[in-house]
Design a protein around this ligand. Structure first.
Ligand code: FO1
Length: 324
């Protein structure tokens, strides 16, 4: 039994970085104590299949199915399908592993038979024996688009995987977000009792923003009046994973944890109460505190399971001090 029993936490997550702390939280919280809301702005239709990269990354991680080298997809994957597709001249820029295909095919089949995305994810979660609730941010279709300084607009996966994040970005658009509703699981977490909300060390522009931009989410988060804690996704001027640091420079922001903190304050005002930075960024603490954010400095780079659990414990302890 842990010291956080009978509490309720909500974690807002993107893919790889988010899944790491979510795994740590799942190790110290009971299943009913944690709801994970995953970004679906990265979702796309590819080869007729409905792909949900961030949800799958979180589920695979919690199921202990994840491919630790790649950060996405399944462990001990084979690529026979992809090789065969390539030989036939099919689109092979997005690597779909043989095991991973089963998830996409099943999901697509269920969606086509009329199930909502939440129902599909719930079914997959149960089949994967994942105890903690993982829900999509919305059952409605939201698609992230990346505005590039040259060459117009790209859909997210075309930018991220096909173009390997090379184009310089000038902004983002979340197609469909204005008419999207939070998923039933997200709404129920927001309307039940909550002790804190954690914004995982995920990309603020393309993983967190789509979740917070769903109409009604910001209002509900403000109304719950609990600590809302961001774990910085930038450590020592570099992104834990992915193009966040590069995006910051291209958007004219300092590529630092302070830059991330300023971004959250500018975008969401006083929504965020706590901000967690790595020991490598301890020198930025005062300026982050001056923004009005309670801050702790800790080891936030998660390599081993022990790191993930340790950071989860820190985040929960910080939430308890802010709750008081
Ligand atoms: N990321 C890549 O960099 N290359 C890939 O070929 C790739 C395939 C892929 C297949 C399934 C899946 O669930 C995720 C996959 N990802 C791949 C990761 C994913 O596109 C990104 O990490 C996220 O969208 C960013 O959060």
């Amino acid at each position: 039994m842990n010291s956080h029993s009978s509490k309720r936490y909500l974690a807002l997550s993107g893919g790889v970085g988010g899944a790491k702390i979510v795994l740590g939280l799942s190790a110290v919280l009971r299943s009913e104590e944690l709801t994970v809301v995953a970004n679906t702005g990265d979702d796309f239709e590819h080869l007729g299949l409905h792909i949900c990269p961030d949800i799958d990354t979180v589920l695979y991680s919690l199921a202990d199915w994840s491919n630790k080298e790649l950060g996405w997809g399944q462990a001990e994957e084979s690529w026979t399908f992809l090789g065969a597709l390539k030989r036939l001249g099919g689109e092979d820029w997005f690597s779909l592993g043989d095991k991973d295909m089963a998830t996409h095919i099943l999901r697509t089949q269920m969606l086509r038979s009329g199930a909502s995305l939440s129902e599909v994810i719930e079914e997959l979660r149960i089949k994967m024996r994942v105890a903690h609730r993982v829900v999509p941010m919305s059952d409605d279709r939201v698609r992230t688009e990346v505005h590039c300084k040259k060459g117009g607009t790209l859909s997210f996966q075309h930018y991220f995987v096909r173009e390997r994040c090379k184009p310089e970005v000038s902004g983002f658009n979340f197609l469909g977000v204005k008419s999207a509703k939070p998923s039933p699981g997200f709404l129920s977490a927001l309307s039940g009792s909550l002790n804190a909300v954690f914004i995982c060390p995920s990309n603020p522009f393309v993983s967190v923003a789509p979740i917070l931009k769903i109409p009604g989410v910001l209002e509900r988060l403000r109304a719950v009046k609990v600590p809302i804690i961001v774990v910085s996704n930038i450590v020592g001027g570099e992104a834990i994973k992915g193009p966040a640091a590069k995006m910051m420079t291209e958007l004219g922001m300092p590529q630092t944890a302070l830059g991330v903190a300023k971004h959250y304050v500018k975008q969401y005002g006083d929504l965020i109460t706590g901000f967690i930075i790595d020991t490598a960024d301890a020198h930025l603490e005062k300026e982050i505190v001056d923004l009005g954010l309670e801050t702790i400095v800790t080891k936030s780079v998660m390599v081993t399971l022990k790191d993930k659990v340790a950071l989860a414990e820190e985040v929960l302890a910080f939430a308890t001090t802010l709750e008081a």
